[in-house]
Design a protein around this ligand. Sequence first.
Ligand code: ADP
Ligand code: MG
Length: 292
Amino acid sequence: ATPISITTAAGRGAQAGVLIKDAEALERMAAVNTLIVDKTGTLTMGKPRLTDTIALGDLPEADLLSLAAALERGSEHPLAAAIVDGAEAQGAARQEATDFEAVTGKGVRGKVGGRSVALGNAAMMKEMALDTAHAEAEADTLRALGKTAMFVAVDGALVGIVAVADPIKESTAQAIDALHAQGLRIIMATGDNERTAQAVADRLGIDEVRAGVLPEDKKTLIDQLRAKGRKIAMAGDGVNDAPALAAADVGIAMGTGADVAMESAGITLLGGDLMGIVRARKLARATLRNIK
Ligand code: ADP
Ligand code: MG
């Protein structure tokens, strides 16, 4: 390719929906050898849908869903919207929650109709001193399909599982292949369960999976890899991803995500399409050849 100036690169990027903050972001992008990607909202559409409601005890599925949705009305997590919409679509009774509490990276809890209800991952259940061992096989079946399984507990008993699926974006597989061809190692970092994450990673040929990662740990992961001399680009969409985007050599924000993510990033992909990273990298390389 012909060498180009930074202004030309920025202009071509902007036309293609790739916003480059400054010359430094572009220069660093040329040197990157590792890409860390958030799963939800970055590889996937970020619009999960309720797929399964499984009763583990006597509480009927409709009641399970009603209790879960009552809690999730208080949450802004994409998983919450999936459960609320799914419950409404299935005509589950609407109930109100009080004493609502969100536990970052784990789930939600509160009181519904005089009962204590908790909903979230295994770590959430552990925090409530609940053993999920007898429900893990059921959960694993869902996770192997790339679904996120969440446990429902009522008054200290595990009563069910709800699962949601977040479809992979149409362009993701092609982008991952092109990024591999550019020589990048691709690591998925997600708060989701290991099996769910691995199922999605397998479908895309992602090199490495870091699952069960709390938001603050994404930054730690980046610091560790940089200390080993890796040049890191981090792509993410969420409010929680902002510290990691700032810690990377190049932060890449999905324009479809949170504003604070874009403020922390050197590159913003307007359409939220990962092919923008392939493009940014090509522009970065062409510019660097010109500078040198
Ligand atoms: P991600 O990295 O995929 O954006 P998070 O770190 O936000 O995920 O959450 C990690 C896990 O914690 C989720 O996969 C889910 O099991 C659980 N969790 C988080 N928030 C909620 C919620 N509002 N309702 C139920 N489960 C939740
Ligand atoms: Mg996310």
